[in-house]
Design a protein. Sequence first.
Length: 116
Amino acid sequence: MNNGDIMIYSGVKNTERARAGVALLINKEAESRISNWKYISERLIKLDMRTLEGDKLSIIVAYGPIESDKKEEKDHFWEELQDEVDGAEPKIILLGDFNGRVGASSKENYPVGKHG
């Protein structure tokens, strides 16, 4: 990243085990079009900017909780994400790892759909 590109990130403290964290790498030529960026949590960040055509755009980057996380933590993540989507610019890009499971059903796993 010696070329001047911009990294916006959030995560846990260096002293903690890495259990969450998100990042967004922005080309240095887009810097002048960034109007705002927001740290929401170690699992969510949002960037507001204008496209080359001048349209307002929000980019939200998310890392969802895993199945074994506490219900309150999972609910809080989804509520925060929904709040940010609701308050986003007219155009939105949502990037994320939502820790979903797809595929054939089994006793141990709870996948989404039978076709994956």
